[in-house]
Design a protein around this ligand. Structure first.
Ligand SMILES: [Zn+2]
Ligand SMILES: [Zn+2]
Length: 308
């Protein structure tokens, strides 16, 4: 089993990197990629005590995973005023072009948090910046701010926090200022990685606009698309496989795991790669072959469940 999309407490996930690895190990994962929002700190922290790893290798041999840990990240991009997520897999986490981009994106997140804090203060809610300062993350998100609003009793749950305060129509909403596709994809390529569009059916776009967005992603140099992920509408699976075929994109798969309490998005909880794009699965990509040199065990042992 593989999972190429997961989060730790360095972005908006709940678990520390070592706890995420322990969970992946318990669930029997062979390969895992940690893809925190605009951060590669989890991979760096797990690498630090690992004498076997060479500085630039995107694969970490780690106790608990039969295959290993693949370096990754999830970059927030803007496209026609929408936030679209681009995964980078197999990146050299110390590449200077990539680290420059991450520094910029993390600063954008801090500035946005300051602006939201000011708006909340104007509405009588204080303490957001101090709360954010206590968190282990280096990529602050609105999810953290929603936690703050719930913990302080200003909202009954996170959904309510977004509706009343943080969402587009919320009283403390601040527009995000993310990089464009081109900048994210260039940085991922400079770092030797593969750029994959994350969870394509989660963006609220009409069919024609969605097609235009995918075309722009390809024009900017995008390599792949997530075609298998948790909560994916089953009707979308074939459609995404067709898009991969049409655009010559590789296909990636990942749960987008954030928290053990979200059981429907647990590690490895993803559908089989659809037959239509199995030849385009990421493990056939030259970068996978360069660093791993073999197919994951699931490819030789898996049987597709009927109706999946
Ligand atoms: Zn995402
Ligand atoms: Zn994600």
């Amino acid at each position: 089993m593989i999972d190429l999309h997961s989060h730790t407490h360095f972005s908006d996930g709940d678990l520390a990197p070592s706890d995420l690895i322990a969970r992946a190990s318990k669930l029997g994962l062979e390969y895992l990629a940690i893809t925190d929002h605009d951060s590669v700190s989890a991979f760096q922290s797990l690498s630090r005590n690992n004498a076997k790893r060479t500085e630039t290798s995107p694969l970490l041999t780690i106790s608990g995973l039969d295959g290993g840990l693949i370096s990754g990240l999830e970059v927030s991009c803007q496209w026609e005023g929408l936030e679209i997520h681009v995964l980078g897999l197999f990146v050299d986490v110390n590449n200077p072009v990539l680290t420059d981009l991450l520094t910029k994106q993390q600063e954008r997140r801090r500035q946005r948090a300051i602006a939201i804090d000011l708006k909340l203060q104007r509405n009588g809610i204080t303490g957001l910046s101090a709360y954010l300062g206590t968190l282990p993350c280096d990529a602050i998100s609105r999810s953290h701010m929603a936690d703050f609003l719930v913990e302080q009793g200003h909202s009954k749950n996170k959904q309510h926090a977004f509706t009343k305060w943080l969402g587009r129509k919320g009283k403390a909403y601040v527009v995000a200022d993310w990089c464009e596709f081109g900048e994210a994809i260039t940085a991922i390529h400079e770092a030797g990685g593969i750029a994959s569009m994350a969870h394509p059916d989660r963006y609220t776009l009409s069919r024609p606009r969605f097609r235009r967005m995918v075309a722009d992603f390809c024009d900017a140099g995008g390599d792949a698309m997530e075609v298998s992920y948790s909560n994916l509408n089953p009707g979308s699976l074939g459609h995404l496989a067709d898009l991969c075929e049409q655009h010559g994109l590789w296909a990636t798969a990942g749960s987008d795991f954030h928290s053990p309490s979200h059981h429907w998005m647990d590690l490895g909880k993803i559908r089989m790669m659809p037959a239509a794009c199995r030849d385009r699965a990421i493990w056939h990509h030259p970068v996978w072959q360069q660093h791993i040199g073999k197919l994951p065990a699931l490819v030789s042992t898996a049987v597709e469940p009927s109706g999946a």
